[in-house]
Design a binder for this molecule. Structure first.
Ligand SMILES: *[C@@H]1O[C@H](CO)[C@@H](O)[C@H](O)[C@H]1NC(C)=O
Ligand SMILES: *[C@@H]1O[C@H](CO)[C@@H](O)[C@H](O)[C@H]1NC(C)=O
Ligand SMILES: *[C@@H]1O[C@H](CO)[C@@H](O)[C@H](O)[C@H]1NC(C)=O
Ligand SMILES: *[C@@H]1O[C@H](CO)[C@@H](O)[C@H](O)[C@H]1NC(C)=O
Ligand SMILES: *[C@@H]1O[C@H](CO)[C@@H](O)[C@H](O)[C@H]1NC(C)=O
Ligand SMILES: *[C@@H]1O[C@H](CO)[C@@H](O)[C@H](O)[C@H]1NC(C)=O
Ligand SMILES: *[C@@H]1O[C@H](CO)[C@@H](O)[C@H](O)[C@H]1NC(C)=O
Ligand SMILES: *[C@@H]1O[C@H](CO)[C@@H](O)[C@H](O)[C@H]1NC(C)=O
Length: 316
């Protein structure tokens, strides 16, 4: 008698749970679909030819997790998108990789990107994004790769980057960033801040990065010239130039000195040989020409001088 109601309740509960989870998955995908269409319409993405009768998981550039049908990658590089990113992508709550690199997007990064806690890779390089690097990015604790290179970002590099404890790749080159690089305690494998208006010393932890990661800045120390240069306010680039010039001058001096020494030795030898030749009344060049047969003769006779003069006489 008793098992029955329990079983019924269990079944009802189970059905309720399944329906509930099914509906959340469906509404997830529905809101993701809405977000993707909002994105497409805002950035001029008509060329994408997404078939709206199909699941967004079938759309070009959209990749879903197969089990729970949520969007995990959105990769739309070089699609000619322009204009501002809309507030929409925050609906892609399971997104791990967002790539919109090499488009013509401008304006700020919308704040709802900071809500995509699952995000690991964010590639926005090669656009016209501007404004400061937004603080909400530092909520993305799972971020491993962040590429904001070749945009129009300004302001400073925030010390809050230290919140991104998993960050391995940080590319910020080719922006309008100012100020100095903060002390970053991150496991960075790849790093580039070249072509920015950064100043001051390179932090110790970054000093093992190649010099090309800092080129086209006013930074000093690390792989670049020491911050202790002669010209204080005047860039490290100037120091580098004068360093090259100095090296040139030193090398020039050494080569010049060696040349002079060689010429002196040559002249001295000539003079001595002339003296010797002159004392015998024989021209030096002919004597040299005669050296080889003369030596042969000398080998036999055992008298070099005699052999040489003998040979000269023969030639004459
Ligand atoms: C985000 O999803 C909600 C439903 O969860 C939806 O109402 C909203 O329109 C979506 N946002 C965008 C920009 O599509
Ligand atoms: C869009 O998808 C639907 C359903 O799969 C299909 O019937 C239709 O032919 C597709 N349209 C285009 C233009 O591919
Ligand atoms: C869906 O699967 C992905 C990848 O396995 C996971 O990150 C995400 O949290 C899942 N989403 C939901 C709503 O369960
Ligand atoms: C960074 O982390 C610290 C400590 O965990 C927290 O107080 C701060 O609000 C975080 N900053 C951002 C921008 O998320
Ligand atoms: C870059 O930003 C500056 C202001 O910081 C603005 O004057 C300039 O027009 C921007 N350039 C581009 C290409 O968006
Ligand atoms: C960065 O430096 C360039 C060249 O020196 C200058 O034209 C530009 O205005 C500077 N930008 C900022 C934001 O300081
Ligand atoms: C950094 O970026 C500059 C400009 O794009 C490039 O020339 C340089 O090779 C890069 N260096 C590294 C270490 O990535
Ligand atoms: C310059 O170098 C000397 C030692 O060579 C050091 O004592 C001094 O602190 C340095 N100054 C700066 C500003 O780095």
């Amino acid at each position: 008698m008793k098992p029955r109601p329990t079983l019924l309740v269990s079944i009802a509960f189970f059905v309720f749970l399944s329906l509930n989870s099914l509906s959340t998955v469906e509404s997830d995908l529905a809101s993701e679909r809405a977000a993707l269409i909002t994105l497409r319409d805002a950035v001029g993405g008509r060329s994408l030819l997404w078939n709206l009768s199909e699941s967004p998981c079938q759309w070009m550039g959209v990749f879903c997790d197969q089990k729970n049908s949520t969007v995990v990658y959105l990769k739309l590089p070089g699609k000619g998108f322009s204009g501002h990113l809309p507030v929409a992508l925050g609906n892609l709550t399971s997104l791990q990789t967002l790539s919109l690199r090499f488009n013509a997007l401008s304006g700020p990064i919308p704040a709802d990107i900071g809500d995509i806690i699952s995000l690991r890779n964010l590639y926005l390089q090669g656009n016209f994004f501007s404004g400061e690097i937004p603080e909400f990015l530092f909520k993305l604790k799972n971020l491993v790769r962040l590429n904001l290179a070749n945009n129009n970002f300004s302001g400073v590099i925030s010390p809050s980057f230290n919140n991104l404890t998993r960050l391995d790749t940080l590319y910020l080159e080719g922006n309008q960033l100012t100020g100095s690089i903060p002390d970053l305690n991150l496991p960075l494998g790849q790093f580039n801040v070249s072509l920015n208006n950064l100043t001051g010393p390179i932090p110790q932890k970054l000093s093992t990065m190649p010099a090309s990661a800092f080129q086209g800045t006013l930074l000093c120390g690390g792989p670049l010239v020491s911050c202790n240069g002669t010209s204080n306010g005047d860039s490290g680039g100037g120091d580098k130039l004068s360093g090259v010039a100095n090296a040139g001058i030193v090398i020039g001096c050494v080569i010049g000195f060696l040349l002079i020494v060689l010429i002196l030795i040559f002249l001295c030898r000539r003079k001595r040989e002339r003296k010797e030749a002159g004392s015998k009344g024989v021209e030096q060049p002919r004597e040299r020409e005669a050296e080889i047969p003369g030596e042969k003769a000398a080998g036999r006779s055992g008298n070099v001088r005699a052999g040489q003069t003998g040979a000269v006489v023969k030639i004459k």
